[in-house]
Design a protein around this ligand. Structure first.
Ligand code: ADP
Length: 255
């Protein structure tokens, strides 16, 4: 399916927790048809940035827009309705649910999500409709998991559950797709499959923002990289530039 990605623009965002300034004056842009990556060492503010975009936390300063619509004052379920979909590092699916049902319910959970649903990821399996099933089948095709449609979702290997997470986000036809550490814990083949899927989403016109530790994956996949350190963007640019930036090498890779 063609994805209608929208531009995500984060501009001058700041966030403190007590006296701890987690983000200061952070500006990031993610465009349709491009893979944008947010990287940085532990504690640099990546998760906080994702949580700000999703509306889990309020900004202290700055603007966050998707396709020109301001998000920074909206609660999480309104952000989801504005087309921002997010995967979580730990796929969380109940037992006894098939792959197809899990994908089809991805749409319902967004349509009906409250803040609590968004945080706890409570699926709404009872409300799956035929239209959702048809869309879920299309997304499973894109993700290359059609043959697994009747398999139990929780029983799949981690790599497949991660792809399933992406499928559940895609079925909402997001204007922005946020991937939180989607490659962590995956073996090389699984990372390759994930990378292939992300490329397909990009080529279909999606806007993808990856928050990722796997530096090699980022270099191979991202069109544009933003590097966070101590809550600030210390470098941004294409992979060829980032991999040679001395500040990035010392801050991020510790060399
Ligand atoms: P990363 O995802 O890059 O590892 P985080 O965004 O998790 O970094 O953390 C950035 C900083 O913000 C850290 O100093 C962390 O302790 C702090 N922080 C993040 N979330 C909270 C929170 N809910 N309450 C207090 N401090 C937090």
């Amino acid at each position: 399916p063609a994805l209608h990605g929208a531009e995500l623009a984060v501009s001058g965002v700041a966030k403190a927790f007590g006296g701890n300034q987690a983000l200061r004056d952070v500006s990031i842009t993610a465009r349709p048809g491009r893979v944008t990556a947010l990287i940085g060492p532990n504690g640099s503010g990546k998760t906080t940035m994702l949580n700000m975009i999703c509306g889990f936390y309020r900004t202290d300063a700055g603007r966050i827009t998707v396709g020109g619509t301001q998000l920074q004052r909206l609660p999480a379920h309104h952000v989801a309705r504005a087309g921002v979909a997010r995967t979580f590092q730990t796929p969380n699916l109940p037992e006894g649910v098939s792959v197809l049902e899990a994908v089809a319910s991805g749409r319902c959970s967004t349509a009906r999500a409250s803040l609590l649903d968004a945080v706890l990821r409570l699926p709404r399996f009872r409300r799956v409709r035929d239209a959702d099933i048809a869309e879920a089948l299309r997304v499973l095709e894109l993700v290359g998991m059609t043959h697994l449609r009747d398999a139990e979702a929780v029983s799949l290997p981690l790599g497949m559950r991660r792809l399933l997470e992406v499928a559940r986000a895609l079925v909402t036809r997001p204007s922005v797709l946020l991937l939180d550490e989607a490659a962590s814990g995956l073996d090389e083949d699984e990372v390759d499959r994930l990378a292939e899927l992300i490329r397909r989403i990009r080529d279909a016109g999606g806007t993808v923002l990856l928050v990722e530790h796997n530096f090699r994956l980022i270099l191979a996949l991202a069109d544009e990289i933003f590097v966070l350190a101590h809550g600030q963007v210390i470098a941004s640019g294409p992979p060829e530039v980032i991999e040679r930036d001395p500040r990035v090498l010392s801050e991020y890779l510790g060399v």
